[in-house]
Design a protein around this ligand. Sequence first.
Ligand SMILES: [Zn+2]
Length: 162
Amino acid sequence: MVASEAQIREWLTQVTDPEIPVLTIEDLGILRDVRHGKDGVTVTITPTYSGCPAMMAIRMEIVRALREQGVERVRVEEVLSPAWTTDWLSQDGRAKLLAYGIAPPAGKAQRKSALFGEPDTVACPQCGSERTSRTSEFGSTACKAMYRCEDCLEPFDYFKCI
Ligand SMILES: [Zn+2]
C-alpha cells in the first residue's frame, strides 16, 4: 500500500520538539513539504534555529516515525530559505506553548528588536501579568530567554522571536 501524503502528515504529528514535547513539527511550522514518489518519501523541513541541537533529534524522529509505519525509504531535506521565523508557529502551537508555561512569541517576528534591544511586552504565562522582566538573554536553550513575573514572581521561558 502506498501511503498518501495526508496520511504521512498524520503520522508525522508524532514528531515533536524534544525540548518542548507538546509541539509537533507541524505546530512549529518547520514541516514544509511531504512528497511520496517512486523512490520513497521525502520530508522537507526548515530548521528553527541554526544552533538548535534539537533539529538533529527531529530528523531522526521523522525517520523513526515513518519506519514504524512501514515506510522504509525516508529522506529528510532541509530548506534554509526562506528562513523560519516565529510567525510560522501555528495558532495551535501558540496555545500549547502557553498551556505548557512558555510565553509564546508576541506579535510579528521582532527583527527590529534585535536592533533596538528590547522585545515587546511579554505576558506571564502563569497569571497573564505584563509586569515582567528579562533575567537572562538565554533560557534553557538558545531559542528561549528567561523572564520573571513581577506579580506572581514565577520565572518563565520566553520563546524568542527570531
Ligand atoms: Zn505571573
